[in-house]
Structure formats: structure tokens, C-alpha cells
Design a protein around this ligand. Structure first.
Ligand code: ADE
Length: 479
């Protein structure tokens, strides 16, 4: 496979490609890398490659003519190795922070091409006409700005070269890595079995074995140095997880898969949201989050339009519709919270009417989720007994400023966090003008408010509940 790099700083490219996997691949003739300098295609005495932007503004823009000439020089067709004899021009990529994010899936696709030409911008960017005339794709290596595209081009070369047949020793190793299956990679360990490290941090010393990654080889602390001047270091042993030395290959594979899933859930909610768990995965990671999640429709303490704390009356639709939403998204329970005994009796009565309806078994299943409680504290207590661990209480609000001291979570971030915590989830929906903040001390998270497409934001609690359940537990949002 051939890479051509168009750059005004070719001296940045060569040294980075002489060692390691890429260096060996070049030596073995599996990949070749050529750098072409647009300065070599200038016609003026100063070999000028940049100029001021039309319309004003800071910085300089790369001139089109030298860049186009350099791209043309690097676009000589190369012979395609597989299939019937033919030649092909390069696939021309501009490295720019405004490009599409580079992914492992795209890297794999690029590795199937015979020739990739990478254009590195410098200054404020390149003349847009170069992109229109001579660029097939624009790629970014992340949401930050480098001083030029050279390091980004090197990243592409390194990542793509690893997929070129023969470059990596073992054919399977690319498939096991982070991102190849949409998951981060499981943790790796090597000798020694017991790593004794000196630390003055009592928390670190008492941490369970293998909870932290092992120290890097050559780490001074690992060699027994005191962690802080004058303080004696307390040695702590960090062991390799026993499963990895068990010799049970199936159990090791399961452990690794579970670690990969849990890491991805904790660290990369964005990736995790796209991950599709197999039935075997579901067995590994335990009951899905929705199966230990509860919804509570709170009638007290809530506020009215003046901010006064009130108790709202039941709404028949809310009982019925949110019960159906709760079952659709697989929740463990739906709690109607009101301190008024006759209202709780009424809620139970309404649920029973549907449950007893001989014609409506599908609805009966949903209404069986309905439970009543006199207070939020009562629900928390009941769930603590039921699940053996206190629930994480999550509030919802239409106002971003509500519960100012409570950490905010987007639905995907909440799911990722809650997946890694065995506690049940209790999601509070306020009636009236919302939950009375000062009277709900048990709250530990607030879901970011739902935002529609207009400035008018008055969803009914049934609708808001359904939208939130879909964002939290709908297909594509969790496992
Ligand atoms: N050039 C400058 N910053 C870049 C980035 N983040 N990705 C690709 N090319 C770049």
C-alpha cells in the first residue's frame, strides 16, 4: 500500500516512520511513504505557499496553485495488486479539524485502498477551491486543533498500516483491540503476578487488588521509592486477577468480554449507546439497567405556579399512560406518590379496574406495575429492602436551573454510570410546576431537561416521562 503526504514540512514525516511496526512494514515493502512539498511547485523567488485571506481576518491561507500541483504530482496511478491488472489514482484526503472523525471502521476501509494521498494544511487552512477540485474526503483525528495536518496524517498512516496484511504478526490481533468491535479493549496484565508498589496514599494501599492499572514499567514508585519526601512508603500488593491464571479459557474470554463492556459503559457512553449486546453479553453483565429502574410520579412535594409547596390531585391518564410506558421500557415498578390516603386508594382502585378487565390482559400487565406510596422516602425505603441496596434517586425538571447543587447527567451518561453501579434507579417525575427541591434531600442526580425545537416547553408529565424513558432505555440507548 502506498501513502503520499503533501506537506510543506516533509522533515516532520520521515523520522516518525522509521521505527516500530510502521518502520518494519516499510522495510519489508508492505507499505511505502512518499512526501511531496508544495514549495517545490512554486514559481516565485520566495517559494511562497501562503497568502492573506480574501475578506480579511487573521492568519494566512495556503495558496491553491502549489497545492494543486503537488497533489497532481502525487496522483500518478499505481498498479493495483489484487484482481485483474489495472492502475488507480489515489484516494485524496485532507487532514483538517473540520473533517469527519476518524474511526477504526474507516481506518479498516482505507487499508483496502492501494494508494492514499494525505494533504496536510498549515496556517488558517487551505483555499476552498483545492477541496472542491482535488479532495475526496476530509478527516479529523479529534476535536482539537494541531498546528498542521502532519501529525494527523501520521496517525492515519500508523492506524491504517496496521490493517495491511502482514504488517502485524498475528492476524487476529487487530480484531481484539479497542474499537474493533465497538468496545474498548479489556485490561491486559503480564508478569509479575504480584506487583509490590510503595505508596503513601492509604486509599491506594487499601484498594482491592487489580482495581487500578499496574504501574508502568520503570515507574519509580513501583521500584520502592518513597512517594513523598520524608514519608515512609507503605508497600501494597497489586495482583493480577486470579481468573487470568486459571487456565480456563472460556472463563477468561467471558471475563474479558465483561470488562470490555463495563469499561465502555463507564468511559465512553457515546460508543456504548451504539453497542448491541448479544444474549450471551446480557448473561455476563447481569440484569439490564431497566429491570432495576423504577419510575415515581410525585404528587407531593411539588410546587404551584407561585412556587408554593402543594399536593396535586391524581390524573387518571397519568396512571394509565405512564404504566404502559413503564412496561414498554421494561421497568421494575411505577410508583404513585401522594400523602393523601384517599388519593392512594383511588390510584390503586384505578389500576385494579384495568387489571381486572378480562378483555385487557395486555393493559393489565402494565397496570400491575403500579404501586402507591405516601412519600418519596417510603419508595426509597421499599426499594432498599427489595434490591438490598439504596436506589440512586434521579430528578427530572423542565428547568435547567433546578436542583443547582445536584450533578447533571445526560440520559446516556446516566445510563453509563448506573450500569456500572448495582444500585436500583429511582426516577422522579414531578407533577404541578415541578418537584419541590428543598423537600427532596435524597436526590443524587438530575437528568438534563428535555429540549424541544421551540421555546415553548410544557410537555405533560406523561409525555416527558415517555421521552425520558426512550432516551434512557429505548433501543440504541442501553443494553
Ligand atoms: N489539523 C489540525 N488539527 C487537526 C485535527 N484535529 N485533525 C486533523 N487534522 C488537523
Amino acid at each position: 500500500m502506498k501513502f503520499t503526504v503533501i506537506t510543506i514540512l516533509p522533515e516532520l514525516i520521515e523520522p516518525a516512520l522509521t521505527a516500530g511496526v510502521v518502520g518494519r512494514a516499510r522495510e519489508a515493502g508492505l507499505i511505502s511513504v512518499e512526501a511531496i512539498n508544495p514549495r517545490d511547485f512554486t514559481t516565485d523567488r520566495h517559494r511562497t505557499v501562503d497568502d492573506t485571506p480574501y475578506g480579511g481576518g487573521p492568519g494566512m491561507v495556503m495558496k491553491p496553485e502549489p497545492l494543486l500541483a503537488a497533489i497532481a504530482a502525487g496522483s500518478r496511478a499505481v498498479a493495483v495488486a489484487d484482481g485483474p491488472p489495472r492502475t488507480a489514482g489515489p484516494h485524496r484526503i485532507l487532514m483538517t479539524p473540520a473533517g469527519a472523525p476518524l474511526t477504526q471502521a474507516r481506518v479498516r476501509e482505507l487499508s483496502a485502498l492501494p494508494h492514499v494521498l494525505l494533504v496536510c494544511g498549515r496556517y488558517e487552512g487551505i483555499d476552498e477551491r483545492v477541496i472542491e477540485l482535488a479532495i475526496d474526503e476530509q478527516l479529523s483525528i479529534g476535536d482539537y486543533v494541531l498546528s498542521g495536518g502532519e501529525l494527523a496524517a501520521l496517525v492515519v498512516i500508523d492506524a491504517v498500516a496496521r490493517f495491511v496484511p502482514g504488517v502485524l504478526g498475528e492476524a487476529t490481533s487487530v480484531d481484539d483491540e479497542s474499537h474493533s468491535a465497538g468496545l474498548l479493549e479489556y485490561p491486559q496484565y503480564t508478569r509479575p503476578l504480584k506487583l509490590v508498589v510503595a505508596t503513601s496514599d492509604p486509599a491506594a494501599a487499601s484498594e482491592p487488588a487489580a482495581a487500578k492499572p499496574p504501574a508502568a514499567p520503570g515507574d519509580l514508585a513501583a521500584a520502592g521509592e518513597p512517594a513523598a519526601p520524608g514519608e515512609p512508603a507503605a508497600p501494597a500488593s497489586h495482583d493480577v486477577p486470579a481468573i487470568l491464571t486459571s487456565g480456563n479459557h472460556a472463563a477468561i474470554a467471558s471475563w474479558r468480554r465483561r470488562q470490555a463492556i463495563e469499561r465502555t459503559a463507564q468511559r465512553r457512553p457515546d460508543l456504548f449507546a451504539r453497542f448491541r449486546a448479544t444474549p450471551a453479553d446480557r448473561k455476563l453483565v447481569g440484569p439490564a439497567l431497566h429491570a432495576r429502574a423504577h419510575l415515581a410520579l410525585v404528587h407531593h412535594p411539588v410546587i404551584d405556579r407561585t412556587g408554593a409547596v402543594i399536593t396535586t390531585a391524581l390524573t387518571n391518564f397519568d396512571i394509565h399512560d405512564l404504566a404502559r410506558s413503564s412496561l414498554t421500557y421494561g421497568l421494575a415498578g411505577y410508583h404513585i406518590v401522594t400523602p393523601i390516603t384517599s388519593q392512594r386508594d383511588k390510584a390503586a382502585h384505578i389500576a385494579r379496574l384495568w387489571i381486572d378487565d378480562a378483555q385487557g390482559e395486555h393493559r393489565a400487565r402494565a397496570l400491575r406495575l403500579v404501586r402507591t406510596a405516601a412519600s418519596i422516602a417510603e419508595v426509597v425505603e421499599a426499594l432498599t429492602v427489595e434490591h438490598g441496596i439504596a436506589p440512586v434517586v434521579v430528578v427530572t425538571s423542565a428547568r435547567a436551573a433546578s436542583f443547582p447543587a445536584v450533578p447533571r447527567r445526560s440520559p446516556s451518561a446516566l445510563v453509563a454510570e448506573a450500569r456500572a453501579n448495582p444500585a436500583p434507579l429511582l426516577i422522579l417525575l414531578g407533577t404541578g410546576w415541578g418537584l419541590a427541591e428543598a423537600l427532596i434531600p435524597s436526590v443524587s442526580r438530575m437528568l438534563t431537561p428535555i429540549e424541544g425545537a421551540s421555546e415553548w416547553n410544557h410537555l405533560s408529565v406523561r409525555s416527558a416521562g415517555a421521552v425520558l424513558l426512550d432516551r434512557l432505555f429505548g433501543s440504541g440507548s442501553t443494553i
